[in-house]
Design a protein around this ligand. Structure first.
Ligand SMILES: Nc1ncnc2c1ncn2[C@@H]1O[C@H](COP(=O)(O)OP(=O)(O)O)[C@@H](O)[C@H]1O
Ligand SMILES: [Mg+2]
Length: 244
């Protein structure tokens, strides 16, 4: 569904941020892009979503893409209630009438573990985890084939991270959407992604199935990344966890 070939990005001044990067996400698949800060992950994400233009290389995308950022507070309108935010996206991206949008809004809230009460809230009345749920619901409202999640759980406490990761696992099972899941933290990819590419200084140093890369890393850089994660991997629970 997404095919990235030989991506290269040279910023003004000649800095090569991404160099010869290739990866793909099959329909409904989930690919992690991991690497330490500055390795070129966000640049790749911005090129995939069209926010940035590649210097060379190709991006082939079958369907539409939506992006979820690290800090949803920055991308949510502070004066708009959650339900009105979702309604606006539905009005723009679907042909649903008012009643249809109302029903779909309730469905989306439920999909991300929120309820009608949260629908009437403003962003400042929600916790960080709840705001990230809203950002995910808003992205899903546009009915994309691919969700690009750039450090989407990085700003959250470990227990809230686990809730959001569970929600992502459940949402993919329920919708068949694909993920490009970008993170500097390898420990969060195991249960959310099937495949992983490891980036260092703008290039891919290793790629493969998540279990293989975590258990038998080939590149010294990957071994270093795994070694730098002190806590055990997050373990999924069953069902959509409710917002805490
Ligand atoms: N607009 C820009 N202009 C110049 N350099 C940039 C720009 N955006 C990112 N970079 C540089 O490109 C490199 C990769 O950045 P980024 O893709 O954000 O990495 P990551 O997301 O892996 O932390 C970094 O060295 C960063 O400073
Ligand atoms: Mg980044």
């Amino acid at each position: 569904m997404l095919e990235v070939r030989n991506l290269r990005k040279v910023f003004k001044g000649g800095f090569v941020a991404v160099d010869g990067v290739s990866f793909s996400v099959p329909a409904g698949g989930s690919l992690a892009v991991v690497g330490e800060s500055g390795s070129g992950k966000t640049t790749c994400a911005r090129i995939v979503t069209g926010l940035e233009k590649a210097t060379s290389g190709t991006v082939t995308l079958d369907g539409t893409v939506q992006m979820v950022f690290q800090d949803p507070y920055l991308s949510l309108d502070r004066r708009q209630t959650v339900a009105s935010c979702l309604d606006e996206v539905l009005a723009h991206h679907t042909r649903l009438d008012r009643a249809g949008r109302r029903a779909r809004t309730a469905e989306l809230l439920s999909l991300v573990g929120l309820d009608e009460r949260h629908g009437t809230a403003l962003p400042r009345g929600l916790s960080g985890g709840q705001r990230q749920r809203v950002a995910i619901a808003r992205a899903l409202a546009a009915d994309p084939k691919l969700l690009v999640l750039d450090e989407a759980v990085a700003a959250l406490d470990v227990s809230i991270q686990a809730q959001i990761l569970n929600l992502l696992v459940d949402a993919r099972a329920a919708t068949g959407i694909g993920y490009l899941f970008i993170t500097h933290d390898l420990s969060v990819v195991r249960h959310v992604c099937e495949d992983v590419v490891v980036m260092s200084r703008g290039t891919v140093v290793e790629s493969g199935r998540v279990e293989r890369v975590l258990e038998e890393p080939e590149a010294a850089y990957t071994r270093k990344l795994i070694g730098s994660v002190p806590r055990p991997g997050w373990v999924p629970t069953r069902g959509v966890s409710r917002a805490g």
